[in-house]
Design a protein around this ligand. Structure first.
Ligand code: ADP
Ligand code: MG
Length: 266
């Protein structure tokens, strides 16, 4: 579904060039939920922007269903961290969700149906006529997720979408992402710096090195499909994965560029 081959990204502009991505290659199959973790400044957002066609690669390529991604493809939706800036304050919640569906050219009846369904799915069935600024941060982020889900993308990209909400809301939103993912069968790439979040959500966790980034390890998460915040996080497998990924990220911060560099104790 999504293929990254020899991706390299160097920012050029005023001042010194900055190599954010050294060399990344990986494949994500249709319907997978893959998380990406790495130290701050590793190049995670850069990677996501390249996947979304918002930033041109310096070398290598990104392919969506075999087609090279250059401009933002119609089959992709992106949810960013700054929900406050991603919603239009002069549109109601329902109008915000409906806008991309108009751009997609869907008939009115279908638009109304999708808006109602997705807002109910994110627990905002009663807030359709509210304006974003009347809602809490967690509710605004739910609107952004509903808008992305209503669009029925093939691929949903999320960049630290829950970094600015409180811990309890964050758990709820994580469960919301997993339930939307299993219901819609969408391919999800979820970037986070939170190791526990990556393991709880993902079927795989791609662990990135520090900048300029390479893939340190592609970690399989064998936690099954039915996950719950209390039980899953208390399992031995969750603890094992958390320790392993934590050590990789610590090694990445010390400059490790491969698993052999990382000198793991687990
Ligand atoms: P992350 O999301 O993992 O924290 P980013 O992808 O945002 O990392 O940034 C990776 C590196 O690229 C950082 O060193 C950052 O300063 C640099 N960078 C990001 N955007 C730009 C830009 N537009 N111009 C120059 N350098 C940038
Ligand atoms: Mg980032």
């Amino acid at each position: 579904m999504l293929g990254v081959h020899g991706l390299n990204k160097v920012y050029t502009g005023r001042g010194e060039p900055v190599e954010a991505i050294a060399d990344l290659s990986f494949e994500i199959s249709a319907g997978e939920l893959v998380c990406v973790v790495g130290p701050s400044g590793a190049g995670k957002t850069t990677l996501l922007r390249c996947l979304a066609g918002l930033l041109p690669a310096t070398a290598g390529d990104v392919r969506l269903a075999g087609q090279a991604v250059s401009d933002p493809p119609t089959g992709m939706a992106v949810v960013f961290q700054e929900y406050g800036r991603s919603l239009f304050p002069w549109l109601t919640v329902a109008q915000n969700v409906e806008l991309p569906l108009r751009e997609k050219g869907l008939p009115k009846a279908r638009r109304k149906e999708l808006v109602r369904e997705t807002l109910e799915a994110v627990g905002l069935g009663d807030a359709t006529a509210s304006y974003p600024w009347q809602l809490s941060g967690g509710m605004q982020q739910r609107v952004a997720i509903a808008r992305a889900a209503a669009y029925e993308p093939q691929v949903l990209l999320m960049d630290e979408p829950f970094a600015a909400v409180d811990a309890q809301t964050r758990f709820d939103l994580e469960d919301l992402v997993r339930s939307l993912w299993s219901r819609l069968g969408v391919t999800v790439v979820f970037v986070t710096h939170d190791i526990d979040e990556a393991i709880y959500l993902g079927e795989r966790v791609l662990v990135l090195s520090g900048r300029p980034t390479v893939l340190l390890e592609d970690v399989r998460v064998g936690l099954g499909d039915d996950r719950s915040q209390l039980e899953t996080r208390a399992t031995p497998e969750f603890t094992r994965l958390r320790t392993h990924v934590y050590e990789l990220v610590q090694a990445a911060k010390r400059g490790a560029r491969s698993v052999t560099d990382a000198h793991l104790t687990h």
